[in-house]
Design a protein around this ligand. Structure first.
Ligand SMILES: Nc1ncnc2c1ncn2[C@@H]1O[C@H](COP(=O)(O)OP(=O)(O)O)[C@@H](O)[C@H]1O
Ligand SMILES: [Mg+2]
Length: 598
């Protein structure tokens, strides 16, 4: 269920009712700040009680001083009104400052917990969830909670308090007029309820379009070069334009609803006021009512309608917060991650061997990717894996790094199952160099250390020199401190690859894995780094997957794979002699290179 929500979160459901359980969970985030919430609520109670005091003073001032011409008394009353206004302004300031402050703190807490959770997801989750969607969770969805936390909760309570206070005061002043005012309520509630439904529906559509826009932009901008290459700008633009147009139309509709709703509330309140005027005018001559009372009720009516109107808006805030939090909680409840065992042991380094024992693996539980795979890498050995694209070479590496959980057999480090080890300690001993190098927008230095404080400046320099990256890094504008732009766009593919080799070497790993690491550098560069790679591999337990069989030839053991199964294991000469899959691959490549050379 939670998985489903994560996959299709844009089809949000409309909340007809308040989901109390979810609201409780949401409000749980306020718990660390309950002391401040208590302060805020105290302020809310006082400030809402002060509001209806003003009409009462007005009534008193008009009837007792204005009518009798008592200037002294009037001055006193005016001062009192100012005093009340000043105090209530101060309370309002304190209230909104406090709530905004708490709200931002809570948002930060939620955002961090969502981000932390995403980071711990198994890679499997990323295979099936668009990144744009995960970004929407951390940004937009959390933002949708902003209003709820920063003003919603407390203001809603203070609005309810205010309405209660006003009703109380009205009845204290004159119960007949109070009843007349309240008579307008059904009308107001009907208008409110229609408005609420309309706005809720349109807001849900707006959020849907925003999420679509995010996913679209993420994919489009990530693949911008492909888009330009295939001149898809026009087509993609049209698609974006369509999403945008829908978004605009929904926004416009929501504006329309508001533009209608507010005047309607004004009209209802004017209507109520008219009725009160009409009714009291008849009673004023009999002396039952006074001018002061009429003025006071005119203010009461206005005061009474405002919080009810605001509550309607707050209710919408609550609605979108619900929708957003449902998606956030679905993400937080999604526990697809690879957990360490409670008694997981630290991986202290390889002493004997890595063994794959009858490993079966499938990414999706349907299509078998590795079938009964068994092989051993002795400490210090270089094992090469060859095979056609899709044979399952990278999948072996994915399991070795424990990126995915496998279904059958076991992977053993010095005889102990990979599942017994603490993942971090295991991965810290493995260096992985891929064809697709990922560089972060940090300095060259940081891209080599990868935040590992145990890698010294000298280690970085040594590693870069050994791999032949030092030369070009020294020629960068700020040498090792040069900022690498996002995804390394200011470096050539070969330079990026060299940095990734230096990154692998700098931590002096126990186990080194190269997955088509030299496929994207040109033959000349490959020649240049071949020696460094040989040095990198020497005496280090390593697994090498390479297109070019020249790198493979020198390996101690070669594994030839075909469609998820191991076909052959042996040395270069053994496998050539066996004249099987490897020999075929070798001859094929040799044949091609001879033909291109000719
Ligand atoms: N993340 C993934 N999710 C589902 N299937 C995958 C994933 N990665 C690879 N596969 C499938 O697993 C098979 C083996 O892929 P892979 O190990 O990457 O092959 P190789 O590295 O030998 O080219 C392929 O059929 C591929 O389609
Ligand atoms: Mg691969």
């Amino acid at each position: 269920m939670s998985q489903l929500n994560l996959m299709k979160p844009t089809d949000e459901k409309l909340y007809k009712k308040i989901d109390w359980q979810m609201l409780r969970r949401l409000l749980g985030y306020l718990r660390p700040y309950r002391r401040y919430i208590a302060y805020a609520l105290t302020l809310a109670v006082i400030s809402s009680a002060l509001m209806p005091v003003r009409p009462v003073i007005f009534r008193w001032a008009i009837d007792d001083f204005v009518v009798t011409g008592n200037k002294q008394g009037l001055l006193g009353a005016v001062m009192l009104v100012f005093g009340v206004l000043a105090v209530s302004a101060l309370l309002q300031f304190g209230l909104s400052y406090l709530m905004q402050w708490v709200g931002q703190k809570v948002l930060l807490d939620i955002r961090i917990s969502v981000f932390r959770h995403i980071q711990q997801f198994a890679l499997k989750v990323f295979d099936t969830t668009p990144v744009g969607r995960l970004i929407t969770r951390v940004t937009n969805d959390v933002e949708a909670l902003n209003e709820l936390f920063s003003s919603g909760v407390v203001l809603m309570i203070s609005d309810i308090l205010l309405v209660t206070w006003i009703v109380g005061y009205m009845f204290m002043e004159n119960w007949k007029l109070a009843l007349l005012t309240i008579l307008a309520l059904p009308l107001l509630l009907t208008a409110t309820s229609i408005f609420r439904k309309k706005v809720r529906a349109v807001y849900s559509k707006i959020r849907h379009e925003v999420a679509t826009m995010n996913s679209f932009l993420n994919e489009y901008l990530t693949g911008i070069s492909t888009v330009q290459l295939f001149s898809l700008q026009r087509a993609k633009f049209n698609r974006f334009d369509a999403v945008n147009a829908r978004h605009r139309d929904y926004q416009r509709r929501s504006v329309l609803y508001y533009a209608v709703f507010f005047p309607v509330v004004e009209i209802i309140s004017a209507l109520a006021l008219t009725v009160i005027l009409w009714y009291s005018a008849r009673n004023i001559f009999s002396g039952e009512m006074t001018i002061g009372l009429i003025v006071a009720f005119a203010q009461f009516v206005e005061m009474f309608f405002r919080p009810i109107r605001d509550l309607t808006e707050k209710y919408n805030t609550l609605q979108s917060a619900m929708a957003a939090s449902e998606r956030i909680f679905a993400l937080l409840d999604d526990n697809r991650r690879i957990e360490d065992k409670p008694n997981a042991v630290e991986f202290g380094g390889l002493t004997d061997s890595i063994e794959f024992r009858n490993v079966d693996f499938s990414y999706d539980g349907r299509k078998s990717v590795l079938k009964n795979v068994s092989f051993t890498v002795k400490k210090g050995q270089t094992v090469a894996i060859v095979g056609a694209t899709g044979a399952g070479k990278t999948s072996i590496i994915n399991l070795l790094c424990r990126f995915y959980e496998f279904q059958g057999g076991d992977i053993l480090f010095d005889g102990q199952s990979i599942r017994d080890f603490n993942q971090d300690s295991l991965r810290s001993r493995i260096a992985l160099v891929l064809q697709d190098v990922f560089l972060f927008s940090r300095s060259a230095h940081e891209n080599i250390t990868m935040g590992n404080s145990q890698v010294s400046e000298q280690d970085v320099k040594n590693a870069a020199t050994a791999i032949g990256a030092d030369d070009f890094i020294e020629r960068l504008p700020e040498k090792y401190n040069t900022q690498i732009r996002e995804r390394g766009s200011n470096l050539s593919v070969g330079q990026k690859q060299l940095i990734s080799f230096a990154r692998a070497l700098a931590i002096n790993p126990d186990i080194l894995i190269l997955d088509e690491a030299t496929s994207s550098v040109d033959a000349e560069t490959e020649q240049l780094i071949e020696e460094s790679i040989a040095r990198l591999l020497k005496g280090r337990s390593s697994i090498v997957i390479a297109h070019r069989l020249s790198t493979v030839q020198r390996a101690d053991v070669i594994i030839a794979m075909h469609q998820g199964e191991i076909r052959e294991i042996g040395s270069h000469s053994e496998l050539l002699a066996a004249n099987g899959l490897y020999a075929k691959l070798y001859r094929y490549q040799y044949g091609i290179s001879r033909r291109t050379a000719a």
